[in-house]
Design a protein around this ligand. Structure first.
Ligand code: ADP
Ligand code: ADP
Length: 223
């Protein structure tokens, strides 16, 4: 079934003489359970699209639907609630808190949003760290983990609230080739087992090949 739909999506940064049109009427549909790579040269608008799909920024115009909800007309409070429940994020840099353990890093965002740390959240955090192959590293500080391990913690963190969609912006951009392949294999496994949809921006064709679908952004739209 359809998870995300954007129609005639336009995003222009700035106004007047300095206006920079980035997305110029982009159309895209993502289905439940998809594993899709988002490709395109640097500056083509991949991050812009992910930021809009993540409800962190509104488009200049166009329609954005997810789970049959019209997000273009939602207010900030509704968007925050929607995002917390349905969308996970993974970035190029892991953004882990260095002086906290792997487990604390996975649980913290959820605990902060809930206003407390529940036993259920701790259990879910442990289960996810097991899942990403870090069952024996839960109490390690972030600084004691390798690059690939940190990114796997970031993936566990993104999955805490069982999001239907995970948006990943160059998740392997900072990793060596072997760790990058491991992280992609892990994403593929989670995608198959949990029906979580992933949209992963990359400019690495080898990484994109691991995905079942390749979406190319070119000149402000999708080819
Ligand atoms: P990609 O992720 O494909 O590299 P981006 O979405 O980051 O592309 O950027 C697309 C274009 O939009 C670039 O030309 C960039 O300079 C411009 N851009 C991105 N963010 C802003 C911003 N906040 N203000 C002005 N221009 C921006
Ligand atoms: P990878 O091949 O996964 O990138 P590394 O070669 O970076 O791993 O690290 C190998 C092992 O050493 C990992 O299991 C990691 O937990 C441990 N390790 C890496 N950096 C540190 C550190 N600064 N302190 C303690 N242990 C570390």
């Amino acid at each position: 079934s359809t998870l995300v739909e954007v129609r005639d999506l336009v995003k222009t940064y700035g106004e007047g003489d300095t206006a920079t049109p980035v997305l110029k009427g982009l159309n895209l549909t993502l289905d439940t359970g998809e594993l899709a790579a988002l490709l395109g040269p640097s500056g083509s608008g991949k991050s812009t699209l992910l930021t809009i799909l993540g409800t962190l920024m509104k488009p200049t115009s166009g329609q954005h639907l997810m789970l049959d909800q019209d997000l273009t007309s939602a207010d900030d409070r509704e968007l925050t609630e929607f995002r917390n429940r349905h969308i996970g994020f993974v970035f190029q840099f892991h953004h882990l808190l260095p002086d906290f353990t792997a487990l604390e890093n996975v649980i913290f965002p959820t605990a902060v949003k809930a206003g407390r740390e529940t036993a259920a959240a701790r259990a879910r955090g442990r289960e996810l760290l097991d899942r990403v192959g870090l069952g024996n590293r839960m109490e390690y500080l972030a600084t004691q983990l390798s690059g690939g391990q940190k990114q796997r913690v970031a993936i566990a963190r993104a999955l805490m609230n069982q999001p239907e969609l995970v948006l990943a912006d160059e998740p392997t951009g900072n990793l060596d080739r072997e760790s990058a392949t491991q992280v992609m294999d892990l994403i593929g496994e989670i995608n198959r087992q949990e029906e979580t949809s992933f949209l992963i921006s990359t400019h690495d064709e080898r990484i994109a090949e691991i995905c079942r679908r390749q979406i190319r952004v070119l000149d402000g739209s999708v080819g």
